[in-house]
Design a protein around this ligand. Structure first.
Ligand SMILES: [Zn+2]
Length: 81
């Protein structure tokens, strides 16, 4: 999902944390490019891989050797003793 918004809204979203905002919106990722004018929101199909454990499309899937097909959040969960 791409959110183009002015400085005040962008600062608020950044302060809230984009990863948490993505979870709140039930999307895999939120992009926040600089905006000109009013706030707009556009959704696109994710190009990220799907985690085999949680079924979410996350940027961290496939980036950790030994945990192919899992996202960082799931790796942290399965590593806990
Ligand atoms: Zn996962």
């Amino acid at each position: 999902m791409t959110v183009c918004c002015n400085g005040d809204d962008a600062a608020l979203l950044t302060e809230f944390d984009l990863e948490q905002f993505a979870a709140l919106c039930i999307v895999s990722e939120v992009k926040l490019p600089p905006a000109i004018g009013e706030t707009t929101v556009a959704a696109q199909k994710s190009s990220r891989l799907k985690c085999q454990r949680c079924r979410n499309h996350r940027p961290s899937v496939g980036t950790h050797s030994g945990y192919a097909g899992r996202c960082q959040r799931c790796i942290s969960v399965v590593r806990q003793p």
